[in-house]
Design a protein around this ligand. Sequence first.
Ligand code: SF4
Length: 443
Amino acid sequence: MKSPRFYVQTYGCQMNSNDSERLAGLLKSIGFEASDKEEDAQLVIFNTCSVREHAEERVYGRMESLVERKKKGEDVLIAVTGCMAGRDKNGVLRRRLSMADLFFATPDMVNLPRWIAEFRPNWMVTGNETEDYLKIKPLRQKEYQAYVTIQTGCNHFCTYCVVPYARGLERNRPAADILTEIKDLAARGISDVTLLGQAVNDYIAPDPGSFSPDNPCKNHYAALLWEINQIDGVKRLHWTAAHPLSMSDEVIQALTFPKQVNYLHLPVQSGSNEILRRMNRKYSREQYLEIIRKVKEARPGIALGTDIIVGFPGETEQDFQDTVDLYKACDFDISYTAQYSPRSGTLSFRLYPDNVSEEEKKRRWQILQDLMEENTLRKNQAFLDKTVEVFIEKIEGDFAYGTSSELKSVKLSGAKAEMLGQIVLVKIQKAMTWQLEGEIIQE
Ligand code: SF4
């Protein structure tokens, strides 16, 4: 009998992508084959995101074609997981998605072998359940780069955010498991590693005894970064997303470790103290600016990224101008700006009326977008005629594509297939807003 095929549709963040790799690893281990096309799969899983309303709406839209397949008598099993399933404490989303056969929070993926065996005994899946989904080995999508989840859930309860409800409270993986996973990746030639956590630098090792006796760091997150820096085969290390509250001096110093990329993503969300208070971010604009000053002092020339929400309830023109001023003071290289979208179940949804008009949110978004593009182009132009290190991620036709240590996209000529996954020296000859172009001068 042919193996049943699965297809996972992923929405949202890198952590969801890594969770989908775990789902794929689990399904492969119980006898499934992966399918590139939803229409060829007997098991279709939607790994959902709840950050914005339209992300949820996309799932309802995609469901329709599957319902049609079922009506035609096709043997297809539909599953919904991720944040929509995780945050649906009152069953409202489950009722709207009643066409799904399985609806489960991410950690419950460990039950899939049993559920599938019950729902489709004729598929003959075999395999054991594990207790902890973070122990499932991900089936990696990329050959040279990997996401490594070190923590799931969050304790911060920012008032606009569904994550603590969808993923639960913060849970950190043992350092020993993380280091074993990264050593295994490095042995397989995966040299570019991104650590993932909702507030990744909050990390507290449940097994601090796993750190080497000569590890100089007291802070657990800095200690973990130090350990990863000692692993042969790891060439670049990146992490996301950091929380300003946990940017201690030791973590800031860890930005100077040799394998750390020259980039920090540090969500600020707003430059107004009143809006930060309403968001429950627990820091002030002055504290954030001080962290950025220290980061720039520790690592001059570091590229900075951030997340911002515009149009949060009660955001006045002055509050927004405070954000614009902070943006200019930090001189961000890149920013991901969202227009506030109320999410049921969050505190801001209950406490504050969504009183900034959609038109005004869009206007504020555009101002920050224009500011970012101006910054990005100016900063990219500073790379002209400079030599930079580029990690090569793919080769297409006569060109290779990669990222600099500042995580800027670079298009290169003169690459050979064996350079994939390598760091090469590149002379930058052209600088545009979203891409640098150059020529390899040294392999
Ligand atoms: S830090 Fe705040 S925004 Fe980030 S995941 Fe936690 S609650 Fe959500």
